[in-house]
Design a protein around this ligand. Structure first.
Ligand SMILES: C[S@@+](CC[C@H](N)C(=O)[O-])C[C@H]1O[C@@H](n2cnc3c(N)ncnc32)[C@H](O)[C@@H]1O
Length: 241
């Protein structure tokens, strides 16, 4: 379902075509090519040097208004980042932010991701960020959670062994549920967990999101988990376990 609250969004988005990947399924297996042409009118940066294949590619699913991806990609201009946001109007703010910062190493998909394997080849990405994902608290909506067993299995199959998933949230119930799913997954190894990220990690070592700033300024503790992908196995239907 398309979600948009900004009038004339189609018109506005035309200005951002260079940053947007309209048909992500077609990029499956060659995502790094999406970064070949620079987006901004300035001298061609180091991304165009032809060594794109060796650059790490990270994805953030549910990037919201883009503070995290803008700051992270500025800190690491050598890496490639794909920001996925299903709510187009929200994603528009993220596009504007990365443009203002002239981030050549970020591309956007403004679609909901339902099965990561539709977008990515096995082991195609180096890591995944899930920040303040929608909690979907009702049991009957469990399958919509980005940390449900099905979703985690699909993410695990598109992240290369040795890659990671980082997940953070203010939501106590969602975190408890998610930590259980990460720990139960045979191909995931929990590397670090904290229930108070801002107490345990100095703020200048963190890249925060809009939601994170909002909740932590209200005194809410932020939960965080980082897991390593060990290896992916396939079941008989060809899905990742
Ligand atoms: C609660 S907001 C958090 C935004 C941001 N990560 C932050 O921390 O400030 C969650 C965002 O994830 C997006 N989202 C949820 N499920 C998604 C999916 N399957 N694919 C892409 N975006 C999704 C929502 O549209 C929403 O903007």
């Amino acid at each position: 379902m398309r979600q948009r609250h900004i009038k004339n969004l189609d018109e506005l988005l035309k200005d951002y075509e260079d940053q947007l990947i309209a048909r992500p399924e077609e990029m499956k297996g060659h995502w790094r090519d999406a970064f070949r042409e620079p987006c901004f009118e300035k001298e061609r940066g180091p991304l165009c040097d032809g060594d794109l294949a060796s650059r790490p590619l990270y994805a953030e699913v549910g990037c919201g208004k883009g503070q995290f991806i803008t700051r992270l990609s500025s800190l690491h201009p050598e890496n490639l980042y794909l920001a996925v946001e299903g709510h187009e109007s929200v994603g528009f703010y993220a596009l504007k932010k990365t443009r203002a910062a002239e981030r050549e190493n970020v591309r956007f998909v403004l679609n909901y991701i339902h099965d990561a394997r539709d977008f990515f080849e096995r082991g195609e990405i180096d890591g995944l960020y899930l920040n303040f994902s929608d909690p979907w608290p009702k049991p009957r909506h469990e399958k919509r959670r980005l940390t449900s067993p099905r979703m985690l299995g699909e993410f695990a199959s598109v992240i290369k062994p040795g890659g990671f998933i980082e997940f953070k949230t203010d939501n106590d119930e969602l975190f408890a549920y998610s930590e259980e799913q990460f720990r139960a997954h045979p191909m995931m190894d929990v590397e670090f967990v904290t229930h108070d990220l801002h107490r345990d990690v100095p703020l200048d070592q963190l890249v925060t999101t809009e939601y994170e700033d909002k909740f932590s300024s209200q005194g809410k503790n932020i939960h965080f988990i980082r897991v390593r992908i060990l290896e992916t196995l396939e079941n008989e239907e060809g899905s990742a376990l």
